[in-house]
Design a protein around this ligand. Structure first.
Ligand SMILES: Nc1nc2c(c(=O)[nH]1)N[C@H]1C(S)=C(S)[C@@H](COP(=O)(O)O)O[C@H]1N2
Ligand SMILES: [Mo]
Length: 359
């Protein structure tokens, strides 16, 4: 696996790693070597010869497509899209209350690539949908062990999202075939939705009336209120996560950096709710009392993050830098992180705070 040596490895088995924020912020389209990796099991080796993408369930014409057929029979499209894990910024929630058994993702569980593949909608159209179709479930060819059982990683999209042109079955990432770690030979890319719905090593698409019954739809990737903890959680409850929410991160300066008094450049990224573009990013040097608008330095387009930068004039002393964003739909972030704590540590979108010392 050709990954940048600076990536922070959160776990070796399964392999989970993300880039340091300053490295992540260097390029708008993240080089594949820098792109974060999120796995729940071992990386499977998929043979292209016997590979078939199976499409079944509530369809009029079940399909079993080779990769060559997929490439030849459906028009290819290329789309720049940001992939973000629901666990982004979980480590900040650990300060509110511990979350045992979950990886301490920082601001690194996000990256942007140029994906090439076919629209999921085109494949669904070829299969033909039955009347009761309501959700499109995906099953990966990896093997994950949970609750004493082994099964493939899976999840689903509601049909209205699955039919949107931005949802791809991707076979290329940044101009090259998908690497094994990113889902070779085929993966879902569901822009604007949590990364867990972008199933890698895609083996099966099942059209059905209900959401996927996979562990990663029915148990993991659910959001519970802050008062629900590991002793009181009822896994049959909770909100199945789908659309991402507006969020912003300071990549530079890093936490606890020593700075020189004067003008200090501050840089980061922001993403909008459900993949909408960002309208405004503001930074504060006094813990959120006064704010200054940052400049947006990247194209204003849906499905990808926005890069932003600002100059703050900082006198000597200890300062708390804060960032918050607003997207084009007017969606904003909550100020308070305590309200964001949840038993699995997902979707922390509180104003991000970074403490720095200036001398
Ligand atoms: N088959 C399979 N697909 C998967 C996963 C997985 O473990 N197995 N992880 C999911 C999660 S939680 C995320 S955030 C993204 C990460 O994609 P990446 O590793 O290409 O960054 O893949 C998703 N697709
Ligand atoms: Mo994820």
């Amino acid at each position: 696996m050709d990954k940048h040596p600076a990536l922070v490895v959160h776990s070796e088995q399964p392999f989970n790693a993300g880039p340091p924020p300053a490295l992540l912020r260097e390029q708008y389209i993240t080089p594949t070597s820098v792109f974060f990796v999120r796995n729940h099991g071992a990386i499977p080796t998929v043979d292209v010869e016997p590979y078939r993408l199976v499409v079944r369930g509530q369809v009029l014409r079940p399909l079993a497509l080779t990769l060559a057929e997929l490439r030849a029979e459906f028009p290819a499209t290329t789309l720049a899209a940001t992939l973000q894990c629901a666990g982004l910024r979980r480590s900040e929630l650990f300060m509110v209350k511990p979350i045992p058994g979950e990886l301490g993702w920082e601001a690194d569980a996000i990256s942007t690539a140029e994906w090439r593949g076919v629209a999921l909608a085109a494949v669904l159209e070829a299969a033909g949908l039955e009347q009761d179709a309501g959700h499109v479930a995906f099953l990966g060819l990896d093997t994950v062990a949970r609750q004493g059982q082994s099964f493939g990683f899976g999840g689903s999209l509601p049909l209205h999202k699955a039919l949107m042109r931005e949802v791809l079955l991707a076979y290329e990432m940044n101009g090259a075939p998908l690497s094994p770690v990113h889902g070779f030979p085929l993966r879902v890319i569901a822009p604007g939705y949590i990364g867990a719905r972008s199933v890698k090593w895609l083996g099966e698409i099942v059209v059905q009336s209900e959401p996927s019954d996979n562990y990663f739809q029915q148990h993991a990737y659910k959001l519970f209120p802050p008062e629900v903890d590991a002793t009181t959680v009822d896994w049959s409850q909770g909100e199945m996560l789908g659309q991402l929410k507006v969020n912003a991160v300071i990549c530079e300066p890093g936490a606890d950096t020593m700075l020189t008094a004067g003008s200090v450049p501050v840089r980061g990224y922001a993403i909008g709710t459900a993949g909408q573009s960002i309208e405004l990013v503001e930074v504060s040097a006094d813990g959120g009392v006064t704010w200054k608008s940052a400049s947006l330095t990247s194209p204003r387009q849906p499905w990808t993050w926005s890069f932003w930068e600002a100059e703050l004039t900082l006198p000597a002393g200890r300062h708390e830098l804060v960032v918050r964003a607003r997207d084009v739909t007017g969606d904003i972030q909550p100020a308070d992180i305590a309200s964001q704590w949840n038993v699995k540590g997902y979707m922390n979108t509180a104003w991000q705070r970074v403490a720095v010392t200036v001398s």
